[in-house]
Design a protein around this ligand. Sequence first.
Ligand code: NAD
Ligand code: INS
Length: 338
Amino acid sequence: MTLQIGVIGTGAIGQDHIRRLTQTLSGAKVIAVNDIDAQRARGTIAKYELDAKLHEDPHSLIADAGVQAVLVTSWGPTHEAFVLAAIAQGKPVFCEKPLAETAAGCLRIADAEQASGRRLVQVGFMRQYDKGYRALREVIRNGGIGEPLMLHCAHRNPTVGESYTASMAITDTLIHELDVLRWLLDDDYISAQVVYPRRTRNAHAGLADPQIVLLETARGVRIDVEVFVNCQYGYDIQCAVIGETGTASLPEPSSVLLRSEARVSSRILTDWKERFIDAYDFELQAFVDGVKGRGLSGPTAWDGYAAAVAADSCLLAQKSGKVETIAMQKRPAFYAPD
Ligand SMILES: NC(=O)c1ccc[n+]([C@@H]2O[C@H](COP(=O)([O-])OP(=O)(O)OC[C@H]3O[C@@H](n4cnc5c(N)ncnc54)[C@H](O)[C@@H]3O)[C@@H](O)[C@H]2O)c1
Ligand SMILES: O[C@H]1[C@H](O)[C@@H](O)[C@H](O)[C@@H](O)[C@H]1O
């Protein structure tokens, strides 16, 4: 059976996911599309030569009897309502991060999913599918560096537009680390602080960039994450884990080592779409296969909640300059790891 998918939001990642569903992955077909900008949705149907219905209303797409699963790739503030509507229809839904704008919103989704009695939600935390992060996790789990003590991380984008705000450094950018580091360490956060180094002259006037987020986990691991979204030189993701007996670092994406003109050089990627292309492919194929087979196994609504709770505290810390507590609710048995 080919899974019939409806997509809400045909911007950058919506189109990228439609491309992979249509040209790269197997077992799924995009049969319905919606965007608040109908022109963009129409253009997407034409660009990818989709045999898909254009829905003017996202809720009519979700209710469409032909749509078996929903992909939510619209702007963050719209996610919660669309995910809740899909759950109400009993339809599996893949939602890009953030699952909801606040922890309270994520809990409403988790509650609705539990009430439905089965897993219906997968969150687009694709780094859990990245080969490099997976290898790093294996090293930690196998005791290759002893118990982890500290992490030094960086999340650098070349530039961001005028619409990017200081809070997006947390909810749009750091949110990836908030998810993947918790997964890497199998630990939860207990506090956050944000400090501001000297500002780059390359950020727009209203944006404090870079920012350093300091996190502490329940087991006492200390983490620093540099969020620098106008670094100019590339899209650069770094993660080094310092353990009791060794250190382990996220591998660089593979690139040809060039020796030329008296230099040794290798390319740094500039686009998140390229940097995590395999991870995006794996996560979406896993969603399709999970819906068609043994059920969903990727990042859960609880992962979405955990990242959102930490993000809420980071937002407070951005303003207060103080160490803010991160307090999660107890994980329901429904979300216990397999
Ligand atoms: N996992 C990742 O690495 C990753 C990468 C990029 C974006 N994202 C997330 O995906 C989401 C979309 O990001 P993007 O970069 O594609 O943004 P974008 O601005 O390029 O696209 C968003 C699209 O949503 C549409 N939209 C907005 N409100 C809508 C509504 N009410 N109904 C229907 N459509 C609506 C917009 O018209 C636009 O076409 C964001 O939540 C972002 O954080 C995740
Ligand atoms: O939406 C994007 C995307 O999630 C990228 O992975 C991240 O590096 C950017 O900072 C963010 O704006």
